[in-house]
Ligand binder design. Structure first.
Ligand code: PHE
Ligand code: ZN
Length: 969
């Protein structure tokens, strides 16, 4: 499949290659330049070649994203033939080009205004664009205007100025991925006409078809797949007149950004609508949706009295599932006013649910587009987690209106500027709506399981990356959730009020512009009159730092000293906020309340005056995204047991329990179980089960759950997935058997409470009740060695399934049943069939049905998954469906990492197909294979073999190429 050729004029002269014609899936023939490929990321190519002018020499702050034909804002690395990688040199593949953060160059010309006309016909959409061009006053010297355009997707029909067609070669030129307009005069209005075929756009970037609708996705670089344009975020333009025209009967709804300014009927059953967005915006925030849709409406009145019309749209049969999204939207609007004084700024706010979508959702100005999975929810089809995700993502996209849209990114390297900040905001929102303590535990579980793993693999990058080939590859856990942790550290260091002052100044300074992470840091520093220059190292340091601790108590002076030592990939020490509290050993009382220690040196000792020996509770609330470990190497289990029982900080109480479980699991794995450790674990479990010191069912549930296999993996240098799975299962069984009666009793007690709770509601308390009861179910169902036990477990789960009050309980029961064998087989097969029948073809529930089977703990799960790829409901073309089976299978560690290598092979083969359809989805799936160095030699070699096969594949998308080659580097 053809991908963008990303050569720019600055490097073309250094490349060895020839133009070859390629036929694309949409029938458009275009030119791709073939050239020899650089050894993708060897250290020699990472350095900027000396001949590329050094425009920005600063060693910090901008961010990244993925997506190839990267912005003109960057000169690109080129390579001389000596640097060529012979393995790939023969290939006729389009050469990926790496783009560097420090090579940013402002545009000499800006498009300040644009009008567009979309004429949508079956199999062909004609897009006419008028670009109003002005010189960029901050750039001297003028020059040519370079427009981005992906000729594999857009077919140029005409280009003119003032009604006069331009002459190719003289007034304009076409190069791979771009159009060059020779020295346009100020005030030039350039008109282009292109044709696109949304019906054949399987990449889901640009304008594409999903079910009964046409919809667009432009972040990061999809707008160039719709029209020729300076497709980079530092070109902000007013989208003044966006006219959409289509058949009225098939496509009654016509939506774009901003306000509706005109609409009407046309001849031949056609109609049109014109939209205008008064706020200048970059092209990635453009959106259009044209379809046969249903919707619900509401209004929201802002504090200052502006009435905003709200609309949430979906395919007609799903309109009854839109209410939770609408309520969440109103809660988000109120929250941002209360917390940050930020109001919505247009008269209209629309959200559209789309089935085929690469990501979660998209914050297009005034017209958010959502993956159905993050909008649709009702009591029969959505689990508690689904409801929470809908609320969180609705909030996230809404909050982007200020942190992302009103103030946007100057270039894609700054992605964490908007994403880290907006994730932080949505986390706080969700916490405030439900439980802050629970939300924090969930978020930290996520950081550890996903982001730490990314940091420990070949795709490790700072939250503000230094380079990319495909920006789409950099919408990562690091940019998003580690980025949010970095924002949280500002909040911890400056306090809520100080943080708010910084936010106010940030908007005051930068509203209506595209800025950098440095600008954000500077606003925070200036508003609080503090120096954050050391803190800025978080933007440039990849990997997870470690903090080692040791402590001593001097009884003669009453001084308790805590020594902290940091290690990271930064040359200089980071500024790490370490929240600490001290608990008296005797009384269990907190004698020093939570205090933020500023760890700024490599090694630092902090002293406290206390009245008797204390136990330190360190890194409360996970105050920094680091790995905390004892300097001695051995955890003090007695102290952990003490904290698990006594810590006044809920987060660290949970944490202490988790670390005890972890000790016990690793001891089991190493065949060196200590009775003492096990006793600590039992004590902690028992106390938690009884509910001592707990006021929240959800926290209780999380404290009874063992760390996930993914989290445990990050504790091992060489990961042994099978051993982890076995050891975790063994400890779980031990607990379950030891407390079987108590767990059973708790289950019954909770069943009574759930029943008394009445009609299903999704408030924090009801969610907590169900969560805790389902943890009990999980423990009880883990006892299934003998036929009698199998029968009992299956009966219990079946009853749970049948009496389920909603999707949460149903899924809990089904997950337990899906892994049953022997005497449980019949119940398993019955439940899977019943669940499928009840889904009645509704996609999001069918996705759950695929997932639950992909995650099953059965010896033949791979065969089952392979068979499911042949199921009539399975397709690679809808990302949700593809992920529900295939990506979820890669999370089933013992199955995916089966020593035969068959799991890897399955994914490798599937990627060949998938990459032709949708590179964004294929490169994400390929991430499951890239951490091969973290496994033993045998597994590592098998994974590597799949990567090598993929790397040799021709053609290969640049997205997949980047991931695979970084993994093999
Ligand atoms: N910007 C979107 C968000 O974070 C994510 C996204 C990225 C969606 C790229 C589509 C494409 O909300
Ligand atoms: Zn976002």
């Amino acid at each position: 499949m053809m991908r963008k050729a990303m050569l720019r004029s600055t490097v073309a002269s250094f490349t060895v290659g020839k133009a070859i014609a390629r036929k694309h899936h949409n029938g458009v023939t275009s030119l791709a330049t073939s050239r020899r490929m650089p050894p993708a990321f060897s250290s020699s190519t990472k350095r900027r070649p000396a001949f590329v002018p050094l425009l920005n020499n600063k060693n910090h702050a901008w961010l990244l994203t993925r997506g190839g034909a990267a912005a003109e804002s960057f000169s690109t690395t080129s390579t001389t033939s000596t640097a060529l990688n012979s393995a790939v040199a023969e290939s006729e593949t389009t050469a990926p080009v790496e783009v560097f953060r420090t090579d940013y160059k402002p545009l000499p010309h800006l498009v300040t205004k644009i009008n567009m006309d979309f004429v949508i016909e079956n199999g062909k959409t004609t897009v006419t664009s008028e670009l109003f061009i002005e010189p960029n006053s901050s750039v001297e010297g003028g020059g040519d205007l370079v427009l981005d355009g992906d000729e594999s997707c857009v077919k140029l029909m005409s280009v003119s100025i003032d009604g006069k067609e331009l002459e190719k070669g003289k007034e304009y030129d076409l190069e791979p991925q771009k159009m060059i307009i020779k020295s346009p005069a100020p005030g030039t209005v350039l008109k282009t006409v292109v044709e696109i075929v949304p019906e054949e756009n399987t990449q889901l970037s640009g304008l594409y078809k999903s079910g009964p609708m046409y919809c667009s996705q432009c972040e990061a670089m999809g707008f160039r797949r719709i029209t020729y344009y300076p497709d980079r975020p530092d070109n902000m333009a007013v989208f003044e007149n966006i006219r959409l025209e289509a058949d009225e009967k098939d496509y009654p709804v016509l939506l774009s950004n901003g306000n509706l300014v005109d609409s009407g009927k046309l001849e031949n059953g056609r109609h049109f609508a014109s939209w205008s967005d008064p706020f200048p915006k970059p092209s990635y925030l453009f959106a259009a949706v044209v379809g046969n849709l249903g919707y619900i409406e509401d209004t929201y009145t802002t504090t200052s009295g502006r009435e905003v019309k709200l609309g949430v749209y979906s395919e007609k049969e799903n309109v009854d599932k839109l209410h939770y999204a609408m309520d969440s939207l109103k809660r988000s609007m109120k929250w941002d006013e209360d917390k940050f004084g930020l109001e919505y700024d247009l008269d209209l706010y629309n959200i559209v649910a789309v089935e085929s979508f690469n990501m979660g959702a998209m914050e297009n100005k005034g017209l958010n587009v959502f993956n159905t999975a993050y909008v649709l929810a009702d009591k029969d089809t959505a689990s508690d987690a689904d409801f929470e995700r809908v609320e969180g993502v609705i909030g996230h996209e809404y909050f982007h209106n200020w942190t992302g849209n009103r103030v946007t990114c100057r270039d894609w390297f700054q992605l964490t500027l908007k994403e880290g900040l907006t994730v932080f905001r949505d986390q706080e929102f969700s916490g405030d709506m439900n439980s802050n303590a629970v939300k924090r535990i969930e978020d930290v579980r996520m950081v550890r399981a996903r982001q730490f793993a990314e940091d420990a693999g070949p795709m490790a990058h700072p939250i503000r990356p230094e380079s990319y080939i495909s920006m789409d590859n950099f919408y990562t856990a690091t940019v998003y959730v580690k980025g949010a942790e970095v924002i949280r550290m500002y909040n911890t260091l400056l306090g809520t009020e100080g943080f708010r002052k910084g936010m106010d100044l940030y908007f005051e300074r930068h509203d209506g512009t595209g800025v950098t992470c440095d600008d954000f840091l500077q606003a925070m520093a200036d508003a609080n009159d503090v120096d954050l220059s050391q803190f800025s190292l978080w933007y440039s340091t990849p990997g997870t730092p470690t903090v080692k601790y040791s402590s001593a108590y001097d009884a003669s002076t009453g001084v308790f000293s805590l020594t902290l030592e940091q290690e990271s990939k930064s040359d200089k020490p980071l500024h790490i906020p370490v929240s600490v509290g001290l608990m008296d050993k005797e009384s269990g009382e907190e004698v020093v309340p939570t205090t933020v220690l500023d760890l700024k040196e490599s090694k630092q000792t902090f002293e406290f005056n206390v009245k008797g020996d204390v136990v330190p509770s360190i890194l409360r609330d996970f105050s920094a995204p680091v790995k905390l470990m004892p300097d001695s190497g051995a955890v003090d289990e007695e102290a952990l047991a003490f904290l698990a029982a006594e810590d006044t900080d809920g987060f660290n109480r949970w944490e202490a329990g988790q670390r005890l479980y972890t000790s016990s699991i690793f001891q089991n794995m190493n065949g060196k179980e200590s009775e003492k450790t096990l006793q600590y674990v039992f004590d902690a479990f028992e106390r938690t089960l009884k509910g001592e010191k707990l006021d929240d069912y959800s926290i209780q549930a999380y404290a009874l759950l063992l760390p996930t296999e993914a989290t445990l993996s990050e504790e091992m240098e060489i990961i042994d997935p099978t051993a982890i799975h076995k050891a975790r299962g063994a400890v779980k069984q031990k607990i379950a058997r030891k407390f079987q009666n108590e767990i059973s009793a708790k289950y019954e007690e909770l069943s009574g409470l759930v029943e008394a709770d009445g009609e299903l509601s999704v408030d924090a308390k009801s969610i907590g009740l169900r969560r805790l009861r389902n943890v009990m179910l999980e423990y009880l169902c883990s006892i299934k060695e003998t036929p009698e036990e199998q029968k009992a477990a299956a009966e219990l789960a079946k009853k749970h399934f049948e009496n389920a009050s909603g999707m949460t309980d149903k899924m809990a029961a089904l997950s337990a049943l899906a892994s049953m064998e022997g005497k449980g087989t019949e119940a398993r097969d019955w439940a899977l069939q019943k669940f499928y029948d009840d889904a009645d073809g509704y996609s999001l529930v069918v996705d759950k049905w695929f997932s639950v089977q992909a995650l099953a703990n059965l010896p033949d799960v791979l065969d089952r998954v392979k068979k499911l790829t042949k199921h009539p409901d399975f397709t690679l073309e809808v990302p949700n469906r593809c992920r529900s089976l295939v990506s979820v299978f890669t999370m089933n560690a013992p199955a995916f990492h089966n020593p035969s290598g068959e799991g890897y092979k399955f994914i490798g083969e599937l990627l060949v197909e998938l990459d032709k359809l949708n590179p964004q989805v294929s490169s994400r799936l390929a991430s499951s294979l890239i951490r091969w160095r973290r496994y033993d030699e045998k597994l590592g070699a098998l994974m590597k073999a799949e990567l090598e096969k993929l790397k040799a594949m021709k053609p290969i998308s640049e997205d997949l190429y980047e991931i695979v080659s970084k993994a093999l580097d």
